[in-house]
Design a protein around this ligand. Sequence first.
Ligand SMILES: NC(=O)c1ccc[n+]([C@@H]2O[C@H](COP(=O)([O-])OP(=O)(O)OC[C@H]3O[C@@H](n4cnc5c(N)ncnc54)[C@H](O)[C@@H]3O)[C@@H](O)[C@H]2O)c1
Length: 260
Amino acid sequence: MGKLDGRVVIITGAARGQGEQEARLFAAEGAKVVVADVLDDQGEAVAKEIGNALYVHLDVSKEEEWGAAVAAAKAAFGKVDGLVNNAGILRFNELVSTPLDEFMQIVNVNQVGAFLGIKNVAPEIAEAGGGSIVNTASYTGVTGMAYVGAYAATKHAIVGLTKVAALELAARNIRVNAVCPGAIDTAMSNPAQLDPNANTEESAAALDGLYRKLVPLGRVGRPEEVARLALFLTAQEDSAYITGQPFVIDGGWLAGVSVL
Ligand SMILES: NC(=O)c1ccc[n+]([C@@H]2O[C@H](COP(=O)([O-])OP(=O)(O)OC[C@H]3O[C@@H](n4cnc5c(N)ncnc54)[C@H](O)[C@@H]3O)[C@@H](O)[C@H]2O)c1
């Protein structure tokens, strides 16, 4: 028996990275998964490989696309009772050099996207009798980091949204929590993954080297590890009494100052 038997979960940004691993793990645990992304070819391929999954094109910053995605999910699987707001983008810039357009682009995808997900999917989850929402914040949602000001602002906002949504949706039997990953080995933190000629094992080893000193557990995180946390927060029997909380998954990075 799977932990998500009978559940229908929309996962945004599921064409690659953490979202892809969440889609694969959730399906392995019995869920019907709606793989949502703007990378259509990759998303289609992931859904096809999983089987019993549906790909939908969804730019999370566009409200009308949320309506269409929810309708497609219901047409395919009859209901929606889970959401993982995972889609996100990162840009590096000093605050004083950040163009307003760049700041707003990050807000629109990361912050507005999570808001629209809650707004459009929560009523469906309520209609299905209850369920869960997992938002993807970051360790920069609970502390600062130089040169990612716009990103960190949106991730702090996601933690706030998570708490308010948990308060407002508890009576409708919907739990809302957030994952706050540290450094995870995906295309976002390791763009070499996008280069077909790159040796990804080598680049992962380079990342591990970088984080060996910074992170107490001595390595970069794996997207599968974040997927396991998202599964825990989605599975009713594992996290039935947990709502409104950010969960840091960072190999101990935020625990304190490491002695090198
Ligand atoms: N990798 C890390 O170190 C790290 C750390 C903390 C938090 N996060 C967060 O985890 C989440 C997943 O990131 P990842 O590491 O897997 O990176 P990734 O870049 O591999 O995946 C992000 C996915 O989101 C999709 N996406 C981007 N804009 C979108 C939009 N407008 N609508 C729909 N989909 C969109 C991308 O196409 C991609 O498939 C993000 O929210 C990110 O901010 C990542």
